[in-house]
Structure formats: C-alpha cells, structure tokens
Design a protein around this ligand. Sequence first.
Ligand code: EPZ
Length: 427
Amino acid sequence: MKRYVIHGGRPLRGEVAVSGAKNAAASILPGTLLIDGICRISNVPEISDVKLTIEIMERLGAKVRFTEPGTIEIDGRAVRPQLVPPQLGSRMRASHFFIGSMLGRFGCASAPLPGGCDLGERPIDQHLKGFSLMGASERIEDGIVHVSVPGPLSGREGNGRLKGSRIRFDMVTVGATMNLMLAAALAEGTTVLENAAREPHIIDLAGFLNAMGADVRDAGTETITINGVPSLKGGEYRLIPDQIEAGTYMAAAAAAGGDVKLTGVIPQHMDCISSVLRKMGAEIEEGSDFITVRKRNRVAGADITTLPYPGFPTDLQPQLAAVLCTAEGRSKVTESIWEDRFHYTEELRRMGADITVCGKTAVIEGVSKLHGTAVEACDLRAGAALVIAALAADGKTEIGQVGYIERGYQDMVGKLSGLGADIHLEE
Ligand code: EPZ
C-alpha cells in the first residue's frame, strides 16, 4: 500500500510548474473519438485518470501514443461503436463522456454507470434528458447505459444523427454541459444549452472542438450554441493549466508559510481563491502567467461558500478548509454543490483540528497548531487537504490511500519536494 510520509513545519519556497487541467482532459480526450482522423493534444497531465481514459480509448479502437512527455497523438480512424469496458468505465466519473462522443459520431453508445469520488448522489439524469431531447432513446440494464438514435446501427429507420434542440438544465452541471457539447458537435442542426456551466474547462472543450472544425459559440456564458457540422477534422490542441492544482499549491503555501511562485497558470481562473487568500492575509502577486503567494504571519479565518464558476470551486473546498484549521478565529465553509463532501474532516480532527459539521456547513475554530498522525485519504481533494494539513503540522504525518491523490495530481511529491517540503512516497 502506498503512502506519503510528511514531516511538517517547513515553509515552502521556490517555483512550481502547474500541469494541464485534469477536468479539461477528462472531456477532451474522449472528445477526440468524434474525429475520424488524427489529433494531437499537448499539456496532458500525467495522472492515473488520464491513463485510465487512454486505456478505454484504446479498447474502443483508437491508436494512442505519446510523441513526447505530455503530448499524445490519437488516431481515431479505427474506432468502432462498442461497449465502454465496464471494469474500466465504472472506476471513473468522466467515462460518461464516451457516451456523448460515441453517440455523436455513431448514433449509439453503451457505457457503465460512471464511478468517481464519493461525494454523495451523482446522478446523470441531466445528460440523459439532453440526449433524449436530441432524439435519442435510452435504457439502463444491469448497470449499463445504452443510448441510441434511429439509424443503421439501432435497427430503426433514420440517419443515425442526433437532432439539434434547445436544452435547459435543471441545475448548473459541468458534466452534462460538456457531454451535450460533445454530442451536439456532429448533430443535425443547432443545439442551444441553457443554464450551462461556465468553468474554464468548458471554454477549453469549446476551444478544442472549434480547433477540429466544430461551431461552438458563447462557451463561458450560460447559453451555449452549437451549430452541428457533418464531420470534424484532425488537428492540434493544448490543454489549459489546472485551476485546481494551482489552487492546491496556493493553499499549501498559505498553510505552511513561505514564498511560492506558480508558473504556467491563467491568473484570472484563480481570482476567487486569490481574493479569499488575500482577505485571510496572504500576499498574492499576479503576472501574465504566474502567481506568487507569500505568507509570513498566521492567516485570519474566513467564510466561504462553494458555487459554480466564477464562484469558489467545490474542488478546492477541502484544501481551503485545511488552511482554515490553523487560521485565527472561527471560519465557516459551506458546500453547495455536493451533498456529502466533508468526509475528510474526520481525518483533520485526528490531526488536532476543531471542526464541527452541521449539514452543509463545517464550522472551524482555528487552533494554533495541528499535529502529525496516521490518516487516510478518502477521495482526491480530501487527500490534497490532508497533504496541506500535514505540511503545516508539527511532526510526522503518514497519509494512506494516496492512489486517490494520484488520480488528479501529477507528481505531487516531486513538486512539493522541489519547494522544500519534507515529503516522500513509501511503497
Ligand atoms: C465535475 O463533476 C468534476 N469532475 C468534479 O470534480 C467537480 O466537483 C464538479 O464538476 C463541479 O465542479 C470532472 O470533471 C470529472 P456536476 P460532475 O455535473 O460533472 C448534480 C474533482 O475533484 N447533477 O457539475 O460530475 C450533481 O449531483 C471532481 O476533480 C444532477 O443532479 O459535476 C451535483 O450536485 C470531483 N444530475 C451538481 O449537479 C446530473 O445529471 C453538479 O454536478 C448531473 C449533475
């Protein structure tokens, strides 16, 4: 069993390069299967979720190869409509994006109900509602979702293409917005997505699709228009930097203290976390593609509520809570996206944190120090929060279940060691 061993109490100093965005790769890699040709994607993070995605792509017939570190070439010409292997697809939330891309290209798709971090209920009803408004019918049998439109492959008369439609989501959903963008790129006619999510990775997906010949407009606003085109061509695309990875290292600097420069970031994507950390007393400096975080004194507590972009991201909620554990005074952290994203607080309490969870809000009374102990990551961002707490704590912390962390962070141990942290991986 792998674990991270961290001796805390050392300030972080130096530069760290931010990797490509996990949640952009999550939809763009499956999106390459829309293309009957070759495309090259760069700035792909080396994380286990990407490895799993590539494995699924290969099982569906794509030829995938790394041309250099972080750049992959995908030849989708031999891709055929077939079941996303259940034992692979069920391990990852983003496997549902293969439904959008296969349905868009072939008019039919089958995939297991997606897995992913345990954050409470994670239905896909909005995805299915969108496909159905575009003329598809679906059934779920033995944990497998089958979606198809009338056409040669479904045995029903039709041309196998989805029909453009107006789709209004009942709530802001990143996954359904992206899945419907994928499905609509090759649909017949115009699709309008209302109440769409506006995260940076939504704009990135639109950028990728347009670079391949699609016609996606107004991504980043709450109404996205996709004019379907008959086919997409191959091409090249570079993924944006990971907003959440960058925010995690900003939080780490605010917790452990020191002076950290994050390079290769888009500072506007970080506005929300920058403004919270500034209010807490950290010094934040921004350049065109870098952010510096300096923290000398104990930070002040803060109240935050997670919201869809441009609000405070739920995927940084646990990491910020870890910083607030040793902030001065009382803080309140309210989770408004997921019903159950406070599992990690139990582990932080074992390190001496004073946290009480009441429904959707965690109340944190800042303590002057946390202490190291043995803890377990229970999901990706929970794991990142424990690393942050351990960097700030007195003594030795051992974090188990770090496979969760490796799903979404490229070389976290190497990056933190480069900043002077005392951290190593034990197998
Ligand atoms: C994406 O999940 C991210 N995952 C999550 O990041 C992130 O927390 C989330 O967006 C919100 O930003 C990936 O990109 C792989 P949603 P997703 O659809 O798409 C409800 C991480 O740590 N909903 O925006 O699954 C849902 O239950 C991960 O990197 C429905 O009710 O999230 C939730 O309450 C964890 N029906 C809310 O909407 C649906 O059909 C937002 O979910 C879809 C969603």
